[in-house]
Design a protein around this ligand. Structure first.
Ligand code: GDP
Length: 365
């Protein structure tokens, strides 16, 4: 599950990506990740793990991770082959969600490819390239579906009417993700692999001064927030340059630095958590003297499949899950007290695992 970082040149993508790789998770712990120069793997900051580590004193703590893919090279005209053009677009096809960086900082020393700082125009420039590419993909599919529909295929006829509606939507320069759809239509849309059907979050790259002033003085940020609200997307404001500096500090220095800027945590932490959630991911937790760990599952996953993340044997031999919410466990102070109070629930194979559930699986070997 990867996110792609996109944006016009000189908006701060590489700076942000550097911050991500600097803050990166120990790659040795994650042998299943392919480490490539343009992929950054970071731990998902999770205060719950620290709390559980205090309770269990484990030998190791293993956080969840998320992968970012640096996709440089998008310029106006990419869908027509400008810049890296189609190569760039094919990279976006491989990610599950998009982090779109826009420049909200003024700096006369740093050239803006479009001549001025205007984040809404920048967002629309990139979205337009993606929409153009989607139109082409959709057209090709429609040709096939049209043929099938003409030969009397009822399903194809239905699908074609959805495709027509989607096409009109794209022609109005609106991303596929904002079209109102039934569940069936959503399933069809998935099959088209359109770029604008992927969920997006915007990073508003601010100046250092904006951070010091608590973002208050930057009208461009408000415009981005307003724009994002209209398409139900989230905005993470941060200063990429500052995040890069923070990522290079030791933990102690970091605390001092953050305090000086009046921040409670790096903006990067917020971005990572928001990205995890944008991918539709949540964490359930396991805790013991050997390891305290966050496990990644898709929202809506049931107990046996969640167990399968730990080991396929546990899924196969699943009997039940003993579950307590993180909050309840911490309020009790220990598993023993939680058990006495009857707060550890027994859940069966249809239980939908919740974010922050602390779980012990019982299974047949
Ligand atoms: P990219 O082309 O989008 O990858 O942009 P870069 O990350 O290379 O940044 C372009 C220039 O903007 C570099 O000189 C960065 O140091 C500078 N830059 C990036 N983020 C910020 C920021 O938050 N504030 C300021 N003032 N400069 C920044």
């Amino acid at each position: 599950m990867k996110l792609g970082i996109v944006g016009l040149p000189n908006v701060g993508k590489s700076t942000l990506f550097n911050a991500i790789t600097q803050a990166g998770a120990e790659s040795a712990n994650y042998p299943f990740c392919t480490i490539e120069p343009n992929v950054g793997v970071v731990s998902v900051p999770d205060k719950r793990l620290e709390k559980l580590a205090e309770m269990y004193n484990p030998e190791k703590v293993t956080p969840a991770i998320v992968e970012f893919y640096d996709i440089a090279g998008l310029v106006r005209g990419a869908s027509k082959g400008e810049g890296l053009g189609n190569k760039f677009l094919s990279h976006i096809r491989e990610v599950e969600a998009i982090v779109h960086v826009v420049r909200c900082f003024e700096d006369t020393n740093i050239v803006h490819v479009e001549g001025s700082v205007d984040p809404i125009r920048d967002i629309e420039t990139i979205n337009l390239e993606l929409i153009f590419s989607d139109m082409e993909v959709l057209e090709r599919r429609m040709d096939k579906t049209r043929k099938a529909a003409r030969s009397g295929d009822k399903k194809a006829q239905e699908e074609l009417s959805f495709m027509e509606r989607l096409k009109t939507h794209l022609e109005e320069f609106k991303p596929a993700r904002t079209l109102e759809m039934t569940e069936d239509e959503r399933e069809m849309l998935k099959q088209y692999f359109l770029l604008t059907s992927k969920p997006v979050l915007y990073v508003a790259n601010l100046s250092e001064d904006d951070i010091i002033n608590g973002y208050a003085d930057n009208p461009l940020l408000n415009k981005v927030i307003e724009y994002a609200k209209n398409e139900n997307s989230q905005v993470i404001p941060l200063c990429a340059k500052l995040e890069e500096e923070i990522s290079m500090l030791s933990d102690d220095e970091k605390q001092e630095f953050l305090k000086d800027y009046g921040l409670d945590e790096p903006g990067l932490n917020k971005l990572i958590r928001a990205s995890y959630s944008l991918l539709g991911l949540i964490s359930f937790l396991t805790a013991g003297p050997k390891e305290v760990r966050a496990w990644t599952i898709k929202r809506g996953t049931k107990a046996p499949q969640a167990a399968g993340k730990i080991h396929s044997d546990i899924e196969r031999g699943f009997i039940r899950a003993e579950v307590i919410s993180f909050e309840d466990l911490v309020a009790c102070g220990s598993e023993v007290v939680a058990r006495e109070k009857g707060l550890i629930r027994l859940e069966g194979k249809d239980y939908v695992v919740q974010d922050g559930d602390v779980i012990v699986f019982r299974f047949n070997v």
